[in-house]
Design a protein around this ligand. Structure first.
Ligand SMILES: [Mg+2]
Length: 282
């Protein structure tokens, strides 16, 4: 375990009021809980720390993720889970008011946008829309790409749920993410598309607003330097980087080689953070 110093101040794990966690590669690996995750949550709750999840997942709602965590015996309630799926509708509402939205993504993303008060347009037939939202659409196609570009030409703003190009599968496999689909749109439009998820400020600010805390009271824990850590630091939080193992370790090493964000604390896995945290309780 390697400890880093930021601004001459060492990381104080004990005085944070809120711990926000990323999920995949941090709290769990695909369907397996990270060793020590349950115990860490238990200790944090015993110490009256608040726990939250900030995830770029754009297919599943907080309720769906709560159930997934429960199957791993990890207890985080839906109202403690902030997902790109749930927050894309809120982002649109806060910035632009009620919108007619064409959704390229999962049923859950569509439903959550409707529940936020927007009108969902049928993307196949709509001649125009106020906004096109792109999530991780596993049925993405040439036809959908054409529709997005046509709707944009007719005046729709294009918003992506998250910017990730891929997320980790097993054995170093890369699973295509929203950002890969959005890249095709950006190439055609010749400009970058706004997105809701990490490393953007919106989800961090939303979580802090919900918990009524300031960034100085928060720690962001995640395995992705360019999203979790960069975004957390940008939001003013302290950050803990879970370096990961295997392929993730290699990707991590590549990322570390770049001039990127520096976490306040870097550990190999979540169990090391548990140990470090336990050390502060003695
Ligand atoms: Mg992750």
């Amino acid at each position: 375990m390697e400890k880093r110093e930021t601004n001459g101040e060492s990381m104080n794990l004990r005085n944070a009021a809120v711990y926000f966690f990323d999920l995949d590669g941090c709290v769990y690996h695909q369907d397996q809980p990270a060793p020590g995750a349950g115990e860490l949550f238990q200790l944090l709750r015993q110490d009256r720390k608040r726990i939250g999840v900030i995830t770029n997942n754009s297919r599943q709602t907080a309720a769906e993720i709560e159930r997934k965590l429960l199957r791993m015996d990890l207890h985080i309630a839906a109202d403690e889970i902030f997902t790109a799926t749930d927050l894309t509708g809120a982002y649109l509402m806060e910035r632009y008011g009620r919108q007619t939205v064409a959704v390229i993504g999962s049923e859950s993303l569509t439903l959550s946008i409707r529940q936020c008060g927007h009108e969902v347009a049928d993307w196949e037939t709509a001649g125009r829309a106020d906004a096109v939202v792109i999530g991780r659409d596993t049925d993405f196609s040439f036809d959908k790409l054409q529709r997005i570009v046509d709707l944009e030409s007719a005046g729709a703003r294009v918003i992506a749920a998250n910017p990730d190009a891929f997320h980790p599968g097993g054995q170093g496999r890369k699973i295509p993410e929203t950002g890969a689909l959005t890249a095709a749109v950006e190439t055609i439009l010749g400009q970058a598309v706004n997105y809701v998820g990490k490393p953007g400020a919106y989800m961090y600010e939303y979580g802090m607003r919900k918990y009524g805390v300031r960034p100085q009271q928060c720690v962001m824990v995640g395995d992705n330097l360019l999203t979790d850590i960069a975004g957390g630091a940008q939001a003013g939080m302290r950050t803990v980087w879970i370096r990961g193992a295997g392929m993730n370790q290699r990707i991590a090493a590549e990322e570390e080689g770049r001039t990127g964000p520096m976490p306040d604390l870097a550990v190999d896995q979540l169990a090391d953070l548990l140990e470090a945290y336990r050390g502060t309780r003695i």
